[in-house]
Design a protein around this ligand. Structure first.
Ligand SMILES: *Cc1c(COP(=O)(O)O)cnc(C)c1O
Length: 412
């Protein structure tokens, strides 16, 4: 493959910013007002989502629990954000993926004159609306979870869904997509190349709408709304992060859109009182590579560092980070940690045995990163992390089939 260069340059396993970033580090084409707008749109859509997923009995809210992982009182405090159990989709991709789709559906409904000031959003479930929406196909590249969230929401509103999947996509994730009526296009290349192929397929069609995981500000805004959700949950627990007693969030990172959106949302609220740590597989440390080398304007591929992008964490198997993620939070990410697959697997087992949590390796990575950071030599000026509240963001796995999950638990 042309893009594999013999590895010479070395990457560290952990990269930490000398000083915790504050709000002024945020940049790029999204703003706090855009997050307000996204939250308001999600609220407007609730009745339509309830109707579209009536059979599943969903309340139309994309919201997850904040759980205790460590026993209360144990130091340091460790909580878990349960996006692995997000309704319908079982992954964090519901936040960005469903949000971008709703923006599209709202626009198509308005352009057709069906959704107006006088109607409610349920009108989008009517036969005339379905006829309009059925003329459009959503195209997206995915290693599995993004395609499922987008495919599920697209099919529920009657749009077509064409999901392009990279070599690391698991076959059960492909099967699940076919069952909901999505078209699965299989590629024998990595995620970065699959995105390029999906983009080309969409450009060649008049009826396609491409969800671009590398450049989409709408995806990022959907993820960013999670910042407020978490802030409400922390308020309810009486946790008020400060610079001395910060919140440390461990965010599994693939292309970077989800952790970037969440970092943006949280830094907007908490500034330097939140420490954002991105977590990646040792084989695919694309964000760490960009940060550690300073190549944030043109993120490098991990192959240049002798990494092969072969990892059990299919949700994180991305060789090149999103330039948009780097533009928005490249100066606001406080640290990046790269972990071997064995540590993620170890934590898949621990999370199951200790707390009954069904996590995929990509999500267990967040937990595995906690002891890594606590054991690291911190830059001078960083707060004492023993006094911090640590939150592992569990990004997926709730819908893992039993046999898949048992295979993970049995893996050496
Ligand atoms: C997609 C995904 C991530 C990371 O999101 P990116 O936007 O690709 O960085 C993390 N965990 C799981 C389970 C995912 O599916």
């Amino acid at each position: 493959m042309a893009n594999i260069i013999a590895g010479t340059a070395q990457l560290p396993d952990i990269w930490l910013r000398p000083r915790i970033a504050d709000r002024s580090a945020l940049a790029g084409p999204i703003s706090p007002a855009d997050i307000d707008d996204a939250a308001a749109r999600l609220a407007r859509f609730r009745p339509a989502l309830v109707g579209a997923f009536a059979a599943q009995g969903w309340d139309g809210r994309i919201r997850s629990e904040l759980l205790d992982y460590a026993a209360p009182g144990e130091a340091p405090a460790l909580l878990l954000k349960g996006d692995h159990d997000l309704p319908l989709t079982g992954s964090i991709k519901a936040r960005g993926g469903i949000y971008e789709l709703l923006v599209l559906i709202e626009r198509l409904g308005r352009e057709a004159g069906l959704l107006t000031e006088a109607t409610g959003y349920e009108v989008l479930l009517s036969e005339p609306a379905r006829a309009v929406l059925a003329r459009h196909t959503v195209v997206v590249a995915s290693t599995g979870n993004l395609g499922f969230s987008i495919g599920l929401a697209a099919r529920a509103f009657g749009l077509g869904a064409q999901i392009h999947m990279s070599y690391d996509a698991k076959s059960w994730k492909k099967e699940r997509l076919r069952r909901i009526g999505a078209t699965v296009v299989e590629h024998d290349c990595d995620y970065t190349q699959t995105v390029a192929r999906a983009r080309a397929a969409a450009e060649a069609s008049d009826t396609a709408y491409f969800v671009d995981d590398e450049t989409s500000r709408l995806l990022m805004l959907g993820y960013a709304t999670a910042g407020r959700e978490l802030a409400e949950q922390l308020d309810a627990r009486g946790i008020a992060p400060t610079q001395d007693k910060p919140l440390v969030v461990y965010l599994p990172c693939g292309v970077g859109g989800a952790p970037a959106g969440i970092t943006y949302g949280l830094k907007t609220i908490y500034g330097e009182a939140v420490v954002a740590i991105f977590v990646e597989p040792h084989a695919s440390p694309c964000m760490l590579a960009a940060l550690a080398t300073g190549a944030v304007a043109e993120p490098p591929a991990v192959y240049a560092f002798g990494r092969d992008n072969r990892t059990i964490a299919d949700g994180l198997a991305v060789p090149r980070a999103s330039a948009l993620a780097l533009e928005t939070v490249g100066a606001a990410i406080d640290g990046a940690i790269a972990l071997p697959d064995s540590e993620m697997l170890d934590w898949v087992g621990r999370a199951w045995r200790e707390r009954g949590l069904r996590l995929e390796p990509s999500a267990a990575a967040a937990l595995a990163a906690v002891p890594r950071l606590l054991a690291a030599a911190l830059p001078e000026g960083w707060p004492d992390l023993q006094a911090a509240t640590h939150i592992a963001w569990a990004t997926g796995g709730g819908l893992l089939p039993d046999d898949e999950f048992e295979r993970l638990l049995g893996a050496p």
